[in-house]
Design a protein around this ligand. Sequence first.
Ligand SMILES: [Zn+2]
Length: 367
Amino acid sequence: MSTTPRRRDLLRGLAGMMAALCLDTGPAWGQPRRGGGPSGLPPVPQGGPKILDVHAHLLRTPQSDLRDAVRPALEAMDRLEIARTLLMPPPQPPGSRMPYDFDSLLPLIQPHADRLGFLGGGGTLNPMLHRNVPVTDSVRHDFTAAAERIVRAGAAGFGEITAHHVSYFPQHPYETVTADHPLLRLLADIAQRYDVPIDLHLDPIPQDMPTPPRLAERSSANPRVLAANIDGFERLLGHNRGARIVWAHAGRDTLGTWTVALTRRLLERHPNLFLSLSMHPPFGVVAENSLLDAAGQANPAWVDLLRDFPDRAVVGSDFFHQATGRDASTLPPPTAAVRRFINALPAELARKVAHGNAMQLYRQKIA
Ligand SMILES: [Zn+2]
């Protein structure tokens, strides 16, 4: 794979972000502080139900292609007793130099179809959504055609799509559209028609708010003020009750707004809303809203919420699986947090959250 200077910058930025991430979050998340390998990891809790991970990525780096990340992904899955993973392209902005979507994943997944599946749209639908052009009939036509291509290829859903995604480092895009954008409404209708969920990244912003200083410092791509999006999100959820929307990265609060109380209110009001619980620490999470506390114990407020809505949550680790050995310092390895949280739940709830709900929602089987 040839690598442009701009792409190298981007990857360096990502590496820096992830290095900072390790330092920010520390070993409570199951990460070595720096430079650690698998041998530096704390032991993985054993036992508990198998996991169906509905949200993970393969990472390309200057030295390695997507295919080099497949084996490490399978090995991490073995280690954490993840029976099946749905891989998806990240939500890419328009004009990416090297966009990729499900087509790039398909040949890598096919030899491991018993353990790997996929979602699509992050490299096609998401750039179309963020193009900021009038939604004419021809735009709707093209968008629908792209979405139908994804479903016909066997995707388990549409993802990763974003309506609001802060920028974590200078070369990382800031992405925002109104949360009930006409193309998101259209996607909801298509998702309902084909009975597949939408994996949606939406950093919740209940009211207009200044960008938290640590994010403003991280990237000048972030605006000074973040515009409210929860009302729009609720309009999207109400637009088509037959469209199931999976809110990605629940339990990982980057803005200080993703509270259990907000999540509870939206789950009560919107029966077509589901949560995918992220176990991959981004930088600077707001600790009190996290799934696990600093000591690695399950947050009782989240556990209570899941007890009250036992059918509405799945595991979406957000792991970025990557080649080992070459760029091992760029990203922390998948953490055992996912296993630790699942194993802390009461047995029947753990089974549902670990795989039962995801099998139904994404129509998957696990071995
Ligand atoms: Zn995301």
